[in-house]
Design a binder for this molecule. Structure first.
Ligand SMILES: Nc1nc2c(ncn2[C@@H]2O[C@H](COP(=O)(O)OP(=O)(O)OP(=O)(O)O)[C@@H](O)[C@H]2O)c(=O)[nH]1
Ligand SMILES: [Mg+2]
Length: 453
């Protein structure tokens, strides 16, 4: 946005509502505020004015509440105006047309937040948190997004940069004063500090899995032999007849997925084709797909028929299951037959359920929530910070550069070369908060926003 543009957008969803919110940002806001309400004097900032919206044609369009925010004291940092007329699409349309005819320009998606970033009102991680807040689909991701705008990621990156700059200062002393009588080039201290820093960056990068779990949902695969009740389970969880259930083994041929909420968690749950040996044609394609999906699953619900024998499952699938990511569900307990399944995978947590009649489901959901909390606790434990994939990619550049510096130190290479690596690491850490002028990256980030934000 050029500093002379005044941008405008409807910030609330289009359609009928009690009130709509039209936002403007730019130098004309102060004058517009007074003239829209037909006032001669300027509006006081942060005061809500109730009045009639007077169009350029002098016609009154609607009554509205108008608030003016002065430069430096608004979301974008530029002067802003918020107009709240009734939420009638026609009224909104007339007001937008009137503002355009007064020289305003329609905002691009994310342009308000982009302006806030460019005006130094927030760093990139905070801008991303705004987007996360808008898109959050579970209580957990909402909580995460709310925490980040306070700039915790930015502060952490500044602290890491400071540490790195100290190490660089130490090393660069050798470059600046090579023949001075400095202590012998004892690199043990900086090398140790660099290793600690690398460990810290790696731990931070790991938290991106947590962000993915929150934003995309915890991908949970229901697996087991044919006819054990996998489709009955997904139906019970979703609360509707999502999957076909029948007493014929091999009913489910292809996986199907649904989203559910489990407490504060958003879960993507997948029903899959029953696994067994000797499957033919279509069934074996279905089994292949189950195995493909298992590659990217975060959690497994292994269903057993408690009236049957212990299952035979592909070794490659069993290897992916651990007591931390899998619950064993002994299904059909309503049939009341002693279960061989209880002895299967004894180190894993077992729950007894009846998918068909609903018994044991509340206890199973509690166990599942506990498993998720335990599964993700280590990921979210780094100073309460959670990074996204973009942050992690920037930190990975920094980590590689630090590792390269360490290798060069061990090989006794020139301090100048080591310092160049360290500078690259500083840039990598800076990229997380956006201390870079990379238009393409900014375009990609802000176009994910809605118009009016
Ligand atoms: N008694 C009883 N029957 C159940 C229960 N859960 C499922 N069934 C029955 O078991 C049969 C198989 O159920 P499905 O849900 O289709 O089993 P599936 O594991 O999806 O089977 P495939 O798609 O063939 O792999 C159906 O007749 C269900 O009604 C249960 O808890 N109790
Ligand atoms: Mg099925």
């Amino acid at each position: 946005m050029s500093a002379t543009d005044t941008i405008v957008a409807l910030s609330t969803p289009a359609g009928e509502s009690a009130v709509a919110l039209i936002r403007l940002s730019g130098p004309d806001c102060a004058d517009l505020g007074s003239s829209l309400l037909g006032k001669a004097e300027p509006l006081s900032p942060r005061h809500a004015y109730y009045g009639s919206y007077r169009a350029i044609s002098d016609k009154i369009i609607d009554s509205c509440v108008l608030t003016y925010f002065a430069e430096g004291h608004s979301f974008t940092g530029a002067p802003m105006l918020e107009i709240a007329p009734h939420g009638n699409p026609l009224v909104v349309q007339l007001i937008l047309e009137d503002l355009l005819s007064r020289g305003c320009r329609l905002a691009e998606p994310g342009e308000f937040t982009r302006t806030a970033f460019l005006n130094g009102r927030m760093d990139l991680t905070q801008a991303e948190a705004v987007a996360d807040l808008i898109h959050a689909r579970s209580e957990r991701s909402l909580e995460l997004a709310r925490r980040q705008p306070h700039g915790s990621v930015g502060r952490k990156m500044s602290a890491l940069t400071d540490q790195l700059l100290q190490i660089m200062a130490h090393l660069e002393a050798y470059i600046d004063f090579p023949e001075e009588d400095l202590p012998s080039e004892d690199q043990a201290g900086p090398a140790r500090d660099l290793r600690t820093l690398i460990e810290e960056l790696k731990a931070l990068m790991e938290t991106r899995h947590y962000a993915a779990l929150l934003h995309e949902g915890v991908k949970t695969l229901i697996v087991g032999e044919p006819n054990v009740g996998k489709s009955s389970l997904i139906n019970a969880l979703v609360g509707s007849e999502r999957a076909i259930v029948s007493d014929r083994p091999g009913t489910t041929r292809d996986y199907l997925s649904a989203f559910i909420m489990l407490g504060a968690w958003r879960i993507e749950i997948l029903d899959t084709a029953g696994l067994h040996e000797g499957a033919e044609d279509l069934e074996s394609i279905g089994i292949e797909r189950t195995m493909e999906q298992s590659e990217t699953a975060d959690c497994f619900l292994l269903v057993l028929d408690s009236t049957g024998h212990s299952p035979t499952l592909p070794e490659s699938l069993l290897q992916k299951m651990t007591p931390e990511n899998t619950l064993v569900l002994e299904n059909k307990i309503d049939l009341g037959v002693a279960s061989e399944g209880a002895a299967f995978l004894p180190k894993f947590r077992h729950c007894q359920i009846s998918a068909k009649h609903g018994s044991g489901l509340p206890e199973f959901k509690t166990a599942w929530t506990e498993l998720l909390e335990a599964h993700t606790a280590p990921l979210s434990a780094v100073d309460g910070l959670v990074l996204n994939a973009r942050h992690a990619a920037a930190l990975s550049v920094a980590t590689n550069a630090l590792q390269s510096a360490l290798d060069k130190m061990a090989a006794g290479e020139l301090s100048e070369l080591i310092a160049a690596d360290l500078r690259q690491a500083v840039e990598g850490i800076g990229d997380v908060v956006g201390r870079v002028d990379n238009e393409r990256m900014l375009d990609r980030l802000f176009k994910e926003f809605c118009i009016g934000k």
